[in-house]
Design a binder for this molecule. Structure first.
Ligand code: IPD
Ligand code: CA
Length: 275
């Protein structure tokens, strides 16, 4: 079947995505170390800063100017109604807000373009380290222009994994603590960077061998999921079925570890969490 978008379309969407990420990143650099306002959002420990809001404002402005007919879903302002278009920009203007507020430089702007729910462009930009991760569907993943490839690690014993914990972690039983302990015992380590988009970018880079998380939002993972699959990795639901970016759960690996991680999540942990 002929694709509804051409290679040229993808290139021009990627250019827009990079511009959004860089301009959002400029805002994040501007407020870095100069925050005046940190507010609480719903969920204990969930904060928002003036940098999140200002970055999103700049990004939405550019989207409105360049692709006014496309749909938008952005963390701070939600869904912007555009009926009848299959294109949806999914935006996190600052992924890693807690790190940002504490000046830990694991922060990013995450920009994805979905076509009928499938990511076709993904950009994750760390403005502090100036790391630009980019991917378009069918054309590979890149860090600052250099092609990325997932790792070759074949077993959990030799792996380094990443995960995170949702803002509801203090109030729900299914809070990922059991999984964290279990995988920590099975692997060389599990890291909690505090930016899901960067966790996925580092799976794409071969730094991490796998990543899983629950309680996650589509804007945290939509761009990173494409980075991983375009770098040769695998991205699914916890059960191994096709991933729903709106489901709140994601499993991403180098492919070699996928079955072991599914089995561990299913046989060891599901009974504990859902008892
Ligand atoms: C958070 C980060 C974190 C993950 C949380 C997310 P935010 O996003 O991605 O790594 O563990 O679940 O909510 O709030 O910094 O945009
Ligand atoms: Ca955010």
């Amino acid at each position: 079947m002929e694709k509804p978008y051409s290679r040229e379309d993808l290139d021009s969407f990627l250019k827009i995505a990079v511009r959004l990420a860089k301009e959002g990143g400029d805002v994040l650099r501007h407020y870095w170390g100069n925050l005046r306002s940190i507010q609480s959002k719903e969920g204990s420990g969930n904060i928002v800063t003036e940098a999140d809001k200002a970055s999103e404002e700049v990004i939405l402005q550019i989207l409105g100017d360049t692709v006014p007919t496309h749909g938008v879903l952005a963390e701070e302002s939600g869904a912007h109604e555009h009926r009848g278009t299959p294109y949806l920009w999914v935006i996190d203007p600052l992924d890693g807000t807690t790190n940002y507020a504490h000046m830990l430089p694991m922060v990013s702007v995450s920009i994805a373009l979905l076509y009928s729910g499938v990511p076709i462009v993904g950009v994750v930009y760390n403005p502090i380290l100036d790391d630009l991760f980019t991917a378009t569907i069918g054309n590979g993943s890149y860090l600052n222009g250099n092609r990325l490839q997932v790792s070759r690690v074949k077993d959990l014993e030799h792996s380094l994994l990443a995960t995170g914990f949702g803002y509801d972690r203090r109030t729900v039983k299914d809070n990922n603590y059991a999984e964290f302990i279990h995988f920590t015992n099975l692997t060389q380590g599990v890291r909690r960077l505090g930016s899901a988009a960067l966790d996925l970018a580092y799976v794409a880079s071969g730094v991490f061998d796998g990543y899983w998380e629950r309680g996650i939002q589509p804007w945290d993972v939509a761009a990173g999921a494409l980075l991983v699959s375009e770098a040769g990795g695998q991205v699914t639901a916890y059960e191994g079925t096709s991933v729903d970016l709106f489901s709140g759960r994601i499993l991403a690996t180098n492919g070699h570890l996928h079955k072991d991680m599914i089995d561990t999540l299913k046989t060891q942990l599901a009974p504990i969490n859902h008892a």
